[in-house]
Design a protein around this ligand. Structure first.
Ligand SMILES: [Zn+2]
Length: 149
């Protein structure tokens, strides 16, 4: 059984022994938390949204969380796989189409190419599993080719 952790998921780390493999996104914290305010010459866009994202990432203490997850997994003899987070939320887990328009709402993913629709976090989790070369299991999981990049 696998567990994937999109950045906005809350996970009870005491349950780490329930999973054989834990996949985590490597978040580019420096670029994601860079100020959105910009300068006088080039004012930033979406400042409010970016500020709230920054706050969420920093509040979550992602780095601390991943360190704890790795320690807990090691204690339990479980494997942790880190994957690149780039475009996991914009990529269709079924056809591979990458487009910001796929993410029509915060929680909804609808592929502009193949029309596949699902909860955005589940879609991202499947992409993370594919990058980790694992196959999803459990409710809502769709079969994937683990050899896909
Ligand atoms: Zn698609």
């Amino acid at each position: 059984m696998y567990m994937t952790l999109p950045p906005n998921d809350y996970v009870f780390l005491g349950n780490v022994t329930r999973y054989d493999v834990i996949t985590l996104e490597k978040l580019p914290l420096r670029s994601m938390t860079r100020s959105a305010k910009g300068s006088m010459q080039a004012p930033g866009k979406n400042v409010r949204q970016k500020s709230s994202l920054n706050r969420a990432i920093l509040d979550a203490g992602w780095s601390q969380f991943t360190n704890i997850a790795v320690d807990k997994a090691a204690e339990a003899g479980r494997q942790v796989v880190f994957v690149t987070a780039k475009y996991t939320s914009q990529t269709c887990s079924q056809c591979g189409c990458v487009d910001a328009a796929n993410r029509c709402m915060q929680a909804v993913f609808v592929c502009v190419s193949c029309g596949y629709a699902m909860h955005a976090d589940v879609n991202a989790a499947i992409n993370i599993l594919k990058r980790a070369k694992l196959s999803p299991t459990g409710r809502g999981a769709a079969p994937v080719d683990p050899t896909d990049p």
